[in-house]
Design a protein around this ligand. Structure first.
Ligand SMILES: [Zn+2]
Length: 465
């Protein structure tokens, strides 16, 4: 009898688990401001999705919003407005692109430059679509970590795109206080527009991913297109701005057009793919705005100092502490007695200059007060912590502080921080930036270096259950 009850309980648990929701983020980089047929393509996709009762996210380029306005395409603006609206940079492929203008800048000045160049595009999206864009995604793979700070200032809370620079378990994550859907690996694919009338292989791939994610407690599948792809056979920007080319506006050329029949076939492929996905009862389509609702927010509950100290002294990487996912920055704030807050990571790598195996507790107390004050004032972690004239690198400071919480005494033992979050970042400075629009051999090493430093803020996003 007991055995039978246990078996049926297990079966119920398995079934509940198997029915965890699978969220499909369907997004459209709405960027081609050269070819007016792309306006009709965007409207057609928006209307087709609306007819299916599905909402997607249209990430619109600033110049694209401006040309929709100047061409008098209220119909397109209204059609897209039935969906979520994101931001996809001000000029997309006109040089310098975001990675090009941020690559030689530090974290803070890069953020200011991003805000200077991208802020007016955000303002235009707001004016034309009468709403704040819900997300941002970089043009091509023109990524830089400085955008995180700027996006927070611009009030854009979600980063919805694909790229190889940073990723975490092929699912959404928090990074720099922004909810990232990025480097989704096997959870990012689409129905191929080259696939005849229907991409049945993509249907199968979708079924496999949906089943896998559902069985694992739920997750996100990321699918994207560009409306321009449905009406042209080559990219509008590759034919104009390839490898650093920057022709004058009067010399811009239109990409090669598809025939009307071929465009119809492409719209049909997407529609059939959407219909296929809709059949799965566990599937919910989510927009950038919805993503913020289905994930727990970035601020953790305050946890016990000792639990945070134990996690940080083992390794400096995100960890589940007392049932809540925490970034190393979250844990450091707990150790410092600060309230949970969104902060940036350090802006430079430093080496410890303090020579000695221990620090008098009174001197270390001053160090701790100073670091806490720096964070409260600047909303970012310092590059180093001063002990008199000498310094501890941030990882060594964090490990030493964690050690002092676990073993209080008159002398604080100097500990070395074991940083492990760097493995979530790309190392190759070329491949993640190999966009056809960037100059050949573009080196994004500096962006990756700054990005790794922001790994203090990295943690998996946790679905609200
Ligand atoms: Zn794009």
């Amino acid at each position: 009898m007991l055995r039978a009850i246990l078996v049926s309980l297990l079966l119920i648990a398995a079934r509940l688990h198997a029915e965890s929701p699978v969220y499909v983020a369907l997004w459209f980089d709405t960027e081609d401001y050269i070819d007016p047929t792309a306006d009709d393509a965007a409207l057609r996709i928006a209307n087709d999705l609306s007819a299916e009762g599905v909402r997607g996210t249209f990430k619109v380029v600033g110049e694209r919003a401006r040309v929709l306005e100047s061409r008098g395409r209220r119909d397109v603006i209204e059609g897209l407005s039935k969906h979520d609206i994101g931001y996809h940079s001000n000029w997309h492929s006109v040089h310098p692109t975001p990675a090009e203008y941020m690559v030689k800048l530090g974290y803070l000045e890069g953020a200011k430059e991003f805000e200077r160049r991208e802020g007016p595009g955000v303002a235009d999206i707001k004016r034309v679509f009468r709403r704040q864009p819900a997300c941002y995604g970089q043009p091509g793979n023109s990524w830089g970590p400085q955008s995180n700070l700027a996006l927070r200032r611009l009030g854009i809370p979600v980063y919805l795109d694909e790229g190889q620079q940073v990723g975490l378990r092929e699912q959404p994550f928090w990074y720099g206080g922004i909810l990232y859907v990025f480097q989704m690996g096997q959870n990012q694919f689409r129905a191929d527009l080259k696939a005849g009338v229907e991409d049945t292989a993509a249907n199968e791939r979708f079924d496999e991913a949906a089943q896998r994610l559902s069985a694992a407690g739920g997750g996100v599948i990321s699918i994207y297109y560009h409306p321009t792809e449905f009406v042209t056979t080559e990219f509008w920007d590759a034919v104009n701005f390839k490898h650093g080319a920057n022709p004058a506006r009067r010399d811009w050329v239109r990409p090669h057009a598809r025939t009307a029949e071929d465009s119809e076939r492409c719209f049909g492929i997407l529609n059939r793919f959407v219909e296929h996905m809709k059949k799965n009862p566990n599937v919910r389509f989510v927009t950038a705005t919805d993503l913020l609702r289905i994930y727990e927010g970035p601020l953790p509950r305050v946890t016990d100092r000792k639990a945070a100290a134990e996690a940080l002294s083992r390794r400096i990487v995100f960890a589940e502490v007392q049932g809540r996912m925490q970034s190393p920055a979250d844990m450091l704030l707990v150790l410092l007695g600060l309230d949970p807050a969104i902060v940036d990571g350090p802006t430079a790598h430093t080496e410890t200059t303090y020579r000695g195996n221990s620090i008098p507790a009174s001197a270390f107390g001053k160090t701790v007060t100073d670091v806490a004050d720096f964070i409260r004032r600047n909303h970012r972690l310092p590059n180093e912590a001063f002990v008199g004239a000498y310094t501890l690198s941030l990882p060594d400071f964090a490990a030493t502080l964690a050690g002092s919480v676990l073993n209080p005494g008159d002398e604080v033992r100097l500990e070395r921080g074991n940083v492990q979050f760097e493995s979530y970042f790309a190392k190759d400075p070329h491949k993640p930036f190999d966009w056809i629009i960037h100059p050949e051999g573009f080196d994004g090493g500096n962006l990756l270096e700054l990005g790794r430093l922001q790994g203090w803020t990295l943690k998996p996003a946790v679905l609200v259950h």
